[in-house]
Design a protein around this ligand. Structure first.
Ligand SMILES: Nc1ncnc2c1ncn2[C@@H]1O[C@H](COP(=O)(O)OP(=O)(O)OP(=O)(O)O)[C@@H](O)[C@H]1O
Ligand SMILES: [Mg+2]
Length: 250
């Protein structure tokens, strides 16, 4: 690994160094991610694209410390999370990382507000009620805080999941296809929420998407093909992204 200047290192929010992840499947290994390295600046908004099965979700899970790489390092801020014990990693994730799952992962028997504060409550801390009220409004769920997830539409549930990921003001927010199940108007709203988060709070956002229009909102698009980083585009248009994706045989 090359030695970084201190100022460069502190402005980097996420660094992946030669990340590999394979799964044992019927005794045959599946190489989901095969040596990915990149560095993302603090406050940046990055989209990850690639055909189905190209390793996007695996990459995101490893980068967020939800899954353990087979080889390589994940550095969040100045912390190499690959070296943390499971307990230390759980604490680090709680304080520094937000994750929006494709399938929302809300707890069915808890109302929206309790879903949002759950990670903080589980950590034995007192949730910031003013922050909760503000966030419920910001994601457009005003008046719905007492509803159960089953009483929300898909878009509303996704916004509750985003509020949960943003609640602790994490340094980095990872989102796996947060707009995949939404109609285009709701998707725009969710996207604007994530983008304004990156801009105004200096948070770093990494988002997986299949939608070139969504990816065009990012500062940078990373393209994965068969577990390898095959290309990147900075400030691309949806047309440029579309062309690149067609080249990857999506
Ligand atoms: N738990 C697992 N066990 C075995 N193989 C897995 C597991 N999870 C993922 N894989 C395999 O790893 C590869 C990458 O999967 P991944 O879910 O990261 O792809 P993806 O790019 O997110 O795809 P999609 O766009 O369909 O969500 C695929 O070949 C997949 O079958
Ligand atoms: Mg996926």
């Amino acid at each position: 690994m090359t030695i970084q200047q201190p100022d460069v290192a502190t402005r980097t929010a996420v660094r992946l160094i030669d990340l590999h992840k394979s799964y044992a499947h019927d005794a045959l290994p599946v190489y989901a991610v095969r040596g990915v390295s990149f560095a993302l600046a603090r406050g940046s908004f990055t989209a990850v694209m690639g055909p189905s099965g190209s390793g996007k979700s695996t990459l995101l899970s490893c980068a967020a410390g939800l899954d353990t790489p087979t080889r390589g390092q994940v550095v969040i801020g100045d912390r190499d999370i690959s070296t943390l014990s499971p307990d230390a990693l759980t604490r680090f994730r709680r304080d520094h990382i937000g994750f929006v799952f494709q399938a929302y992962n809300l707890v069915d028997h808890l109302p929206v507000i309790d879903n949002i504060t759950l990670p903080v409550v589980l950590a034995g801390r007192e949730p910031d009620v003013a922050r909760l009220d503000e966030l419920v409004e910001v994601v457009g769920l005003g008046g719905m805080g007492r509803r159960l997830p089953g009483e929300l539409s898909g878009g509303q549930a996704q916004r509750a999941a985003i509020a949960r990921a943003l609640f602790t003001r994490p340094d980095v927010v990872f989102a796996d296809e947060p707009t995949g199940a939404l109609d285009s108007r709701t998707a725009d709203h969710v996207l604007e929420l994530l983008r304004s988060t990156a801009r105004e709070l200096g948070q770093t956002v990494v988002l997986v998407t299949h939608d070139p229009k969504v990816a065009a909102a990012a500062d940078r698009v990373l393209f994965l093909g068969d577990g390898v980083l095959v290309d990147q585009l900075d400030d691309p248009t949806a047309e440029q992204i579309n062309t690149r994706m067609l080249g990857l045989g999506r």
